[in-house]
Write a new protein. Structure first.
Length: 110
């Protein structure tokens, strides 16, 4: 079975996002360490280092999931298609909630 062009494009995009996720994780690890050194005198060094490590791990996990999606789509696996649909649904839900919170007249904290 030949892979459709659209599926190939989505798989390549998933591979690109996986690489960007790993790159973002490295940046967060590096910046967390650098900011912790800068804020050491204020007593916030450990907090900033922990925050950088936490966000870096989340970025690594997301990069791994995008790599998994890319492999699944590239090999035309059904689980790759389902995982892609789950990610699209979560993205649409997140966008809808963001739009709703932006347009809501009630802004807590303002």
């Amino acid at each position: 079975m030949e892979r459709p062009t659209g599926v190939t494009i989505l798989a390549v995009l998933a591979f690109i996002f996986a690489g960007l996720g790993v790159l973002a994780a490295l940046v967060f690890f590096f910046m967390g360490g650098m900011l912790s050194k800068m804020a050491e005198s204020a007593g916030m060094g450990a907090v900033l280092a922990g925050a950088g490590a936490f966000v870096g791990v989340i970025a690594l996990i997301m990069g791994g999931l995008y790599l998994l999606v890319g492999v699944g789509l590239w090999k035309l696996e059904n689980w790759g298609r389902i995982l892609t649909l789950v990610f699209v649904a979560l993205g649409l839900l997140s966008a809808a909630l963001g739009l709703f919170s932006t347009l809501s007249p009630f802004q807590p904290g303002l």
